[in-house]
Design a protein around this ligand. Structure first.
Ligand SMILES: Nc1ncnc2c1ncn2[C@@H]1O[C@H](COP(=O)(O)OP(=O)(O)O)[C@@H](O)[C@H]1O
Ligand SMILES: [Mg+2]
Length: 257
């Protein structure tokens, strides 16, 4: 069954059409990857899927419910969580606090009750910490819990971002270039983490340039070029698609094999 259904999606910035009449269906509990050259519109797509950008036209349905028109926190409430292409961590905070911060997106206490630290708020803070601890363990990061994020290597920071996105217990996780800048060992760790997330029953959408990683972890792949759908299918179908090879994958794919 399709968890996410995107239809006729278009987004322009001035004269630039970043996403053009895009359609695809991402099945539940699979890894669905989106590949395409720089500037193809991948991050713009994620920004629409998470409610940050409002599309010009089209529809985005999560389990039959329309996302367009909802604010980012409401989309998060529906179970959509994400990581960013550029790290968005607080370097002067501990790892645990960085991860717990994600949960506050989903807590519903107003500023007034937060300021008074009413029991409901205290309960939510405890819950945020519990979920954060759980997510850190899941990502193999227990030992860094009390470290300042600023003191840790890049590969660990990328996983902290994922822990933060997981701490809210999402149904759909959008990962924007999780392996960018990682060395070979860190990339292998990332691959096994993506697999474990998927095995935990979370639907994963992956934007990534490392073709070896994409081909290994994906159930299906969508190829976009200049914001339009070029091809869609299993990794094997994509690798053998003459359109894809001609447009951009040829060299990189051979390199990845
Ligand atoms: N906020 C924005 N304002 C203007 N142009 C944008 C904005 N975001 C993206 N774009 C443009 O949209 C196109 C797609 O960008 P992006 O989605 O970042 O591509 P990708 O993630 O595939 O590299 C690019 O031409 C980019 O310059
Ligand atoms: Mg991008």
């Amino acid at each position: 069954m399709a968890m996410l259904k995107v239809d006729h999606l278009t987004k322009s910035f001035g004269g630039v059409t970043a996403i053009s009449k895009l359609h695809f269906e991402a099945p539940e509990q699979q890894v669905y990857s989106i590949i395409g050259p720089n500037g193809a519109g991948k991050t713009t797509l994620f920004n629409m899927l998470s409610g940050i950008y409002v599309p010009d036209t089209g529809s985005i349905q999560l389990n039959g419910e329309e996302i367009i028109g909802k604010r980012p926190h409401a989309v998060a409430e529906m179970g959509v969580s994400r990581t960013f292409q550029n790290l968005q961590l607080f370097f002067n905070m501990t790892v645990l606090d960085n991860v717990a911060v994600g949960c506050h997106l989903r807590t519903d206490s107003g500023l007034f009750s937060s300021a008074l630290r009413l029991p409901k708020v205290q309960h939510e803070e405890r819950r945020a910490r519990d979920w954060a601890v759980e997510a850190l363990a899941f990502c193999g990061l227990d030992q860094y819990k009390d470290h300042d994020a600023g003191s840790l290597p890049y590969g660990v920071l990328k996983r902290i971002e994922i822990a933060r996105a997981l701490a809210v217990q999402p149904k759909l996780l959008l990962m924007d270039e999780p392996a960018a800048g990682l060395n070979d060992t860190e990339t292998l760790e990332m691959r096994s983490l993506i697999r474990r997330i998927s095995e935990a029953g979370i639907t994963v959408m992956l934007v990534e340039h490392n073709m070896g990683l994409v081909m290994e972890v994906s159930d299906r792949i969508l190829v976009i070029d200049y914001g339009s759908r070029l091809a869609e299918g299993t990794p094997e179908e994509i690798q053998n698609d003459p359109k894809v090879i001609a447009a951009y994958l040829g060299g990189e794919l051979q390199h990845a094999m």
